[in-house]
Design a protein around this ligand. Structure first.
Ligand code: GDG
Length: 507
């Protein structure tokens, strides 16, 4: 699947930087089979990089026992290449760094703050200082592998200091950032003790992009109120141009898309269609509600189970005739809060099944593992209704994947108004996941929707998803940097990236 290549063998045009690589890399060539990571960011970026060629820099997924082991790994970098010819450069992290930078500052401070859960936020100066140190290590890894002509694209909340640090290390090429999670309102963001450093970090970019206009406006508001930045007009892709202490940055809303054709191709495979029929057969004629989420409190899984329970209370005729198939992909199990969440979900599923289940019928079919891609698409095809009810979600790819997979034009979608995808889902039933009764009645409405209405709504959804393929998202994000700057000029006459030649990898 992936092969080891000698370091520094290839010029790179696009360098993507994210916390995790798409694979957990072995520490030595051939020592352990690589494992693909499941998640929105990986699914979004891997096809994009495969298309354009280039390198991906990120943590290799293996915590090292000590700082000395990190120094050793830094001295002997390993480079791997995927089947789609993307070079993977691992950034080594020690166990302590993973604990403080990743599980600590990223997941216990930034994640809840950015998802509007201030009550769950835990700030620690020690975790912050390790976050800074790790961001510096990433910036140094990028600086080593990029020449002046390279375009660098940094991703997500784990690495918000990298752009500024990279500039300080002398990188003058085009530099973009995409935030995959929401950016909170200024009155929430200002609670972060290191808010100035984070804003300064991001303002090192030519272009900073968010999924939707609300997050863009929140960032612009924060930068104006807390950093003294000024809006000086509009740039490409409807971006707001911010002028600040160190230059100008274009801030834009560019909703992520998916690889629509790939989902359609998988959905049309005869074996996937057959598998979808078998899934339905196993449910013995019951109507199927379906959800698939990473284990996370933002995804509203516990709340969904409460909605299901209320649905059965208020619709006793559905008992024995409707089931929820709930896939939960394990995530962040090193964090105690996530282990507690898992236990609570297990308990609630057990309670509902124990209370309502009967011979031959269980209301909740619960899978605590990642399905493979074809199996996931078969579930999308088998479902009557997809429930996407996060309490907060940057975008949510599952909703788009469902629409792309419904090549038969059927299926209904229920979407939380607190997910970025809500404003891009014209055919969905929008719900407030905190309103249990309202959600339960929308579940009923989705199940009872007549086929004509279902087809019309699904056609609207599919049209919207098809209008925003992943490739377009990449192009738009990378075009949202400054055009008037010598370091950030972007041509528009080539498909995808138009990059100057001469990107010499150094390491
Ligand atoms: C972050 C933001 C934003 C799910 N179950 C299985 C499986 N998945 C895949 C889906 C989808 C991905 O995981 C989940 O994407 P989401 O968008 O729901 O969420 P996050 O991982 O939280 O991603 C999010 C995203 O970044 C992109 O910007 O939309 O708001 O939080 O692609 O297909 N994949 C497989 N088996 C499963 O059982 N193979």
């Amino acid at each position: 699947m992936i092969e080891h290549v000698p370091s520094g063998t290839r010029a790179e045009s696009l360098v993507v930087v994210s916390n995790r690589l798409p694979y957990n890399l072995p520490h030595a060539p051939g020592s352990r089979p690589p494992r693909r990571n499941v998640g929105g960011l990986v699914n979004a970026l891997e096809p994009a990089l495969a298309q354009y060629g280039g390198a991906w820099i990120g943590w290799d997924g293996n915590p090292l026992p000590s700082g000395a082991a990190v120094a050793e790994a830094l001295a002997r970098p390993l480079v791997f290449r995927t089947r789609s010819r993307v070079e993977l450069h691992g950034v080594p992290l020690s166990e302590r760094e993973v604990s403080l930078y990743y599980h600590g500052f990223s997941n216990r401070a930034l994640w809840p703050l950015f998802h509007d859960f201030p009550g769950k936020v835990a700030f620690s100066p020690e975790e912050w200082s390790v976050y800074e140190r790790v961001n510096r290590r990433f910036a140094e890894a990028v600086a080593l592998r990029t020449g002046p002509g390279c375009r660098v694209w940094v991703h997500d909340f784990h690495l918000m200091l990298v752009p500024r640090l990279l500039r300080e290390l002398g990188f003058r090429g085009p530099l973009n950032f995409f935030l995959h999670v929401p950016f909170p309102a200024p009155e929430i963001f200002r609670a972060l003790p290191w808010r100035s450093e984070v804003l300064e970090g991001l303002l090192g970019c030519d272009g900073v992009s968010f999924h939707v206009g609300q997050y863009r406006d929140n960032f612009v508001g924060s930068a104006r109120q807390l950093s003294g930045a000024r809006s000086v007009g509009f740039g490409p892709e409807g971006s707001v141009m911010l002028r600040h202490r160190t230059g100008e940055t274009a801030v834009s809303a560019v909703p992520i898309g998916i690889d629509v054709e790939d989902f359609e191709r998988i959905a049309r495979k005869p074996e996937v269609e057959a598998r979808a029929r078998r899934i339905r057969d196993c449910l013995g004629g019951c109507r199927m509600l379906f959800s698939a989420d990473r284990l996370d409190y933002t995804k509203g899984i516990e709340e969904r189970l409460a909605i299901l329970e209320r649905f059965f209370e208020t619709n006793p005729d559905a008992v024995g005739r409707v089931v929820l198939v709930q896939v939960v992909v394990p995530s962040r199990h090193q964090v105690e809060e996530y282990r507690m969440l898992k236990r609570e979900i297990d308990r609630k599923v057990g309670r509902i099944n124990g209370l309502l289940g009967r011979e031959g019928w269980m209301p909740v079919h619960y899978r605590y593992r990642a399905l493979d891609r074809e199996e996931l698409v078969a579930h999308y095809r088998a479902a009557d209704v997809l429930l996407v009810t996060p309490l907060r979600d940057g975008m949510n790819l599952v909703a788009s994947e469902f629409a792309a997979s419904r090549v038969d034009g059927h299926g209904a979608l229920v979407v939380s108004e607190f997910a970025g995808i809500a404003e891009r889902s014209p055919g969905a039933l929008l719900v407030n996941p905190y309103d249990v009764d309202g959600c339960a009645s929308e579940v009923r409405r989705a199940l009872e929707m007549d086929p004509e209405e279902q087809r019309t709504r699904m056609a609207q959804l599919r049209e919207r998803v098809r209008a925003n393929p992943l490739r377009r998202w990449v192009e738009r994000c990378l075009e949202s940097g400054r055009r008037d700057s010598p370091r950030g000029s972007v041509r528009t006459d080539a498909p995808g990236l138009a990059l100057p030649d001469g990107c010499e990898p150094v390491a």
